[in-house]
Design a protein around this ligand. Structure first.
Ligand code: F6P
Length: 338
């Protein structure tokens, strides 16, 4: 069999480990041929490919980013708007010219949706869930998330010492798109005093009350972890600066903000993500060998399984208010701003 593999959407730690997991299993266990497609779906449109072999698949396990490159190309965008576009046909032509038996799509929500649409064109597709945001429906955890949480937790640890020295409130904004997973996990692991999630919303009075209460107990600094997707002033995105002003005004305590940004997506994957990526990659190849197509591999209760792409497409996995970390956090006096 001959398979193509691409990475699409925002990069994250563990993509190369996945390419390695798919490629090495495909070549050495199943005797398949593997083609790397450059820059996500753009590679199929521009016919930009590279064969992958034992040599090119070596040294990838701990490497950040993606050796194949990525893009946010959405080949069905125009068609969905009712406009004419030959991109879907170019994808079919490239797939056939390459003689592929399956296309492996490593990506987040957008990529899984596109992968489903590609499968509707009659091509064989397998999705592998990837994103620091952990917001893909149908899998317990996406690779990239654990690494991003480690990075964000270390950042919160570092913010603590400077907050304490200056007796300041420090607002740290973390990634996650519309979901609060990174902020919840890193906020709790980093000992944030206030954790603000898009799924819960916030009340500035409650936020300030929590900070003032701490000051009255002699704790003259506070750490506020806020998810980038929190809606402020009726808008999503970049909440840290705005909240920082409101907190300083409402508490009278000097307040600073930090936006952690892309550092959360960079660098080497954690050991957990390397192993998750390896397992997902291996199982993806097994699905292909068994001709079990148009599914996304997923992690469920520590077992790798798979679900139809049709079930994943267009859905989002967000934090629920009854999440155990929220329950335990509240019992310990951590404010969720509500
Ligand atoms: O999906 C991963 C992510 O890093 C989000 O957390 C963030 O909102 C978004 O990508 C940033 O996108 P871009 O790379 O297009 O700036």
């Amino acid at each position: 069999m001959k398979i193509g593999i691409l990475s699409s959407g925002g990069d994250c730690p563990g993509i190369n480990a996945t390419i390695r997991g798919v490629g090495k299993t495909a070549i050495s266990h199943y005797g398949m041929e593997v083609i790397g497609i450059k820059d996500g779906f753009q590679g199929l449109l521009k016919k930009d490919y590279t064969p992958l072999n034992a040599k090119s698949l070596s040294g990838l396990l701990n490497l950040g980013g993606t050796i194949l490159g990525t893009s946010r190309e959405k080949p069905f965008k125009n068609l969905l708007k009712g406009e004419k576009d030959d991109k879907p046909q170019i994808i079919i032509d490239s797939y056939n010219e390459l003689g592929l038996d399956c296309l492996v799509c490593i990506g987040g929500n957008g990529t899984q949706k596109t992968a489903y649409r590609v499968s509707q064109l009659g091509l064989n597709v397998i999705g592998i869930p990837k994103t620091i945001d952990n917001d893909i429906w149908g899998t317990d955890i996406t690779f990239g998330f654990n690494s991003a949480v480690d990075i964000a937790t270390e950042a919160i640890d570092r913010i603590h010492s400077t907050a304490s020295s200056h007796k300041r409130v420090m607002v740290i904004e973390l990634m996650g798109h519309k979901a609060g997973w990174i902020t919840l996990y890193a906020g709790m692991a980093g000992g944030a005093d206030v954790i603000l999630l898009p799924e819960l919303g916030y009340n500035i009075g409650k936020v300030n009350e929590a900070i003032i209460n701490r000051a009255q107990q002699g704790k003259h600094f506070s750490i506020v972890a806020v998810a980038e997707g929190l809606e402020v002033k009726g808008k999503k995105g970049k909440p840290a600066g705005y909240l920082s002003q409101l907190i300083e005004k409402g508490t009278g305590i000097e307040t600073r903000e930090t936006i952690l940004g892309y550092v959360q997506r960079g660098g080497s994957p954690s050991a957990f993500d390397r192993n998750l990526a390896t397992r997902l990659g291996g199982h993806a190849t097994e699905l292909i060998a068994n001709k079990h197509f148009n599914r996304m591999v997923s992690l469920k209760s520590d077992q790798i399984t798979s679900i139809p792409l049709e079930e994943v497409a267009g859905k989002l996995k967000i934090v629920t208010p009854d999440h155990d970390l929220i329950t335990q956090g509240k019992r310990m006096g951590i404010s969720f701003g509500i």
